[in-house]
Design a protein around this ligand. Structure first.
Ligand code: DGI
Ligand code: FE
Ligand code: FE
Ligand code: FE
Length: 187
């Protein structure tokens, strides 16, 4: 499937406001890739597909997690996490994406993980700071992103973790691992 066909298909699976978010993540991923030396074409492709499963019914995501043997521990955590690994699976199966780095950038865009590639960091960060985002701390993330992907991403993970603490929600272990790894890289 070519870029335009993927865009049309993704757009059709979400409400208009979410498509605006995806366009923001596409543009921001390109800017960050150019700023920090990653491939803007691959960054944009991951951005196009990153939220493809975001509006799928829960049961449809759950079936894929079970049937395709994605990490079963996901099922014990917030459903908000599910669309990322499910999206990576769908990008490969239904959109023919074979680039492992693009697939991993989709898979880990929500949770992060230890040892993230530059491309993974960029898509995860673009998701936090695209122009349509407005949450406490987003401007701090944008400021850090002027010079450091790692510092910006740390601010992003901190905002997510604070939010989860506030809501008395469980923190997915990969998010903790991602934050620890970033702090280590910053030392
Ligand atoms: O899909 P988006 O809304 O664009 O953004 P996202 O894929 O980063 O999803 C963020 C949501 O996931 C946000 O509402 C917080 C929620 N979430 C729930 N548990 C966790 C979590 N996010 C992380 N990183 N770690 C968690 O343990
Ligand atoms: Fe997402
Ligand atoms: Fe994210
Ligand atoms: Fe997103």
């Amino acid at each position: 499937m070519d870029r335009e066909a993927i865009i049309e298909s993704v757009k059709a699976q979400m409400p208009e406001r979410r498509w605006l978010h995806v366009q923001g993540v596409m543009a921001t991923s390109i800017i960050l890739a150019e700023r920090f030396g990653a491939d803007p074409v691959r960054a944009e492709l991951a951005a196009i597909l990153h939220d493809v499963a975001k509006y799928w019914p829960t049961e449809r995501m759950q079936r894929i997690i079970v049937d395709e043997q994605l990490p079963q521990e996901l099922l014990a955590y917030d459903k908000e996490l599910w669309h990322a690994p499910v999206g990576a699976f769908i990008a490969e199966r239904d959109y023919g994406i074979t680039d492992a780095e693009v697939l991993e950038a989709i898979r880990y865009h929500t949770s992060g993980r230890e040892e993230m590639s530059l491309l993974e960091k960029i898509v995860c960060l673009a998701d936090y700071m695209e122009p349509g985002r407005d949450f406490p701390g987003v401007n701090r993330i944008r400021e850090e992103a002027e010079h450091s992907v790692e510092k910006a991403l740390l601010a992003g993970f901190d905002s997510t973790i604070s939010f989860l603490l506030e809501k008395e929600k469980r923190i997915f272990p990969l998010t903790v691992a991602a934050r620890n790894a970033i702090i280590k890289q910053l030392r």
